[in-house]
Design a protein around this ligand. Structure first.
Ligand code: TYR
Length: 298
């Protein structure tokens, strides 16, 4: 690490609530009660998302060769910083050790996960679809279990995950396939019968359908860009509010005399999609949805 780099710390250990774009108060002075309780400024997130060259292609591709596109890791970083705040502001999402304390983290990472999974689905036959440039890997700075200077390989263990839940992948290689842990995405239901030809999985049918779904969802520039509220067929502006008591778990021990909270975090299944796809969801015995853990108490 550069010795001249000024190190500063933010006293997150004192914070009891999530912050987004809170005014940054350097450590040293006392942090205010307001700071500890958490300050959320979602308007600043909208501003950050809108101010950026997000859509015009300069930063993300379009006018560049595909090899020069910003990679998914950096897109992921940007959204962290735009959600948490920077330059005189701070928030949990900006700081790696505490980013997961903001519930938005899980939405963000589910989204990164689906983008990557879609790319994987479309690149199953691409020989460069996973760790194709080992020689370009950065040396690891080192952690409590990875010696500094280690070159990560597909078989480098991911010990945190092995310890927390067996369902999680134990190596990068094992994390390549997301279906064994038990989930998939609307666009990537490779096990459905509609992708079979003579009883066999048909990769062409599958990828053609992924592309069809993406075209419909994202409407590349070649297609008329009609937003939902300018389209008579889709005249709706739906807001869904889910209100629930996060300290009450509806899953109860049915054999206990008193049906009390068994201590499990509440599980919220969100199904976003068209009504006529709903039967597809119901038929999806092999897939599970996401678990959004309860936000930290404040
Ligand atoms: N530190 C990253 C952003 C980031 C923040 C928190 C994370 O958990 C991950 C990434 C950057 O500087 O761009």
């Amino acid at each position: 690490m550069n010795a001249n780099k000024r190190l500063f710390t933010v006293p997150f250990s004192k914070s009891r609530g999530t912050s987004r774009w809170a005014t940054f108060e350097p450590q040293g002075g006392e942090v205010s009660e307001n700071w500890m309780g958490g300050t959320v400024n979602n308007d600043r997130i909208s501003d950050a998302l809108e101010a950026h060259d997000w859509y015009n292609g300069h930063a993300y591709g379009e006018d560049k060769n595909p090899e020069e596109y910003l990679n998914l890791e950096f897109i992921q970083n940007n959204v962290h910083n735009w959600a948490g705040g920077f330059g005189g502001s701070m928030g949990h999402m900006t700081e790696v050790p505490v980013a997961g304390f903001d519930p938005i983290f899980f939405m963000h990472h589910c989204n990164i996960d689906i983008q990557f999974a879609i790319w994987q689905g479309l690149n199953e036959k691409n020989p460069n679809n996973w760790f194709d440039h080992l020689e370009k890997e950065y040396d690891d700075d080192g952690t409590w279990n990875i010696p500094p200077g280690t070159k990560p390989t597909p078989e480098t263990p991911l010990p945190h995950f092995t310890r927390i839940r067996r369902a999680f992948a134990s190596t990068r290689m094992a994390s390549k396939d997301w279906i064994p842990p038990g989930y998939s995405y609307l666009e990537l239901q490779s096990l459905l019968d509609e992708y079979k030809t003579d009883g066999q999985f048909d990769y062409t049918k599958y990828t053609e359908d992924i592309r069809k779904q993406l075209t419909k969802l994202y409407r590349p520039l070649a297609l008329p860009t009609v937003s939902a509220w300018h389209n008579d067929l889709l005249k709706s502006d739906i807001i869904v509010n889910v209100t629930y008591d996060r300290y009450y778990s509806p899953i109860t021990h049915t054999n206990s005399k008193t049906r009390t909270n068994n201590g499990l975090p509440p599980t919220i299944y969100l199904f976003l999609g068209e009504k006529d796809k709903f039967d597809t969801y119901k038929g999806l015995r092999k897939f599970h949805s996401y678990l959004f853990p309860a936000p930290s108490p404040r």
